[in-house]
Design a binder for this molecule. Structure first.
Ligand code: NAP
Length: 248
């Protein structure tokens, strides 16, 4: 029996990178996956891959920064599958700049998407999970929230916010059988990091104990663990998936 058989999971930012790998990993282990991206068309390849393997995938379009988006996504999942067992709040953006050059807009966009978007999704997902008295939430943070990163004050502030959000909501929802955790990736090879200068990529890789960048699949395995039976007694935690980058 697959470990996530029949689990209904909403994954934001499922069109590429980490979210896509998470969607495929969960579907491979039996979950029904609803994936969100800003354009439905971007989800077609992942939807086709899940369906070709015999799984179920629901394409959802919207902007996580819009508070109405999360509620509409959860509603669509409930309509399609009658309940919601898991949330993977993964959608995120970067607008990097050094502090004195960072515009209000760059700061606000990242906070609205990477922190506000997660808040909206957590709140919307909590409603059906509270009724069911069960649920798993995994918020995708970042290791830079723990160690800082020049040029990413906005991004680090938003990701650090997820830690307080996860811990507080874990305390609020735990008595109803709902767990809330953060997975904090290090340097992962995706479109988000592909434009970094080669020297920066080499420096990041050099800081890892394992001597290699992470893959989206490295993160997807950790997310599956927290959503699956083995993660049932873990809540309010930050699981760092960085190949040892933050060890110093
Ligand atoms: P990515 O390749 O840029 O993918 C981002 C995903 O989020 C895409 O599916 C994108 O969908 C979606 N998205 C972006 N803005 C959205 C919005 N406003 N509403 C809905 N969906 C939106 O990034 P990634 O590297 O996979 O990162 C995924 C998560 O991991 C992010 O939260 C990121 O901060 C975090 N993370 C990444 C790394 C890394 O090294 N890559 C490290 C630590 C943490 P469309 O563009 O198709 O709409």
């Amino acid at each position: 029996m697959s470990e996530l058989a029949g689990a209904r999971v909403l994954v934001t930012g499922a069109s590429r990178g980490i979210g896509r790998a998470v969607a495929l990993e969960l579907a491979r282990h039996g979950a029904k996956v609803a994936g969100l991206a800003t354009r439905r068309a971007n989800l077609e390849p992942v939807a086709a891959a899940v369906r070709a393997a015999g799984g179920e995938f629901l394409e959802l379009e919207g902007d996580v920064a819009d508070p109405k988006c999360a509620a509409a996504c959860v509603e669509a999942v409930l309509e399609a599958w009658g309940g919601l067992d898991g949330l993977v709040a993964n959608a995120g953006i970067t607008r990097d700049n050094l502090l004195l050059r960072m515009s209000e807009q760059q700061f606000q966009e990242v906070i609205a998407t990477n922190l506000g978007g997660v808040f909206h999704c957590v709140k919307a997902a909590a409603r059906p999970m509270l009724k069911q008295r069960s649920g798993r939430m995994v918020l995708v943070g970042s290791v830079v929230a723990l160690i800082g990163n020049p040029g990413q004050a906005n991004y680090c502030a938003a990701k650090a916010g997820l830690h307080g959000l996860a811990r507080s909501v874990a305390l609020e929802l735990g008595s109803r059988g709902i767990t809330v955790n953060v997975v904090a990736p290090g340097y992962i090879q995706t479109e988000m990091t592909e434009d970094l200068p080669e020297a920066a990529k080499a420096a990041l890789t050099g800081k890892t104990a394992l001597g290699r960048p992470g893959t989206p699949e490295d993160v997807a395995g950790a997310v599956r663990f927290l959503l699956g039976p083995a993660g049932g007694y873990i809540t309010g935690q930050i699981l760092v998936v960085d190949g040892g980058l933050s060890l110093g």
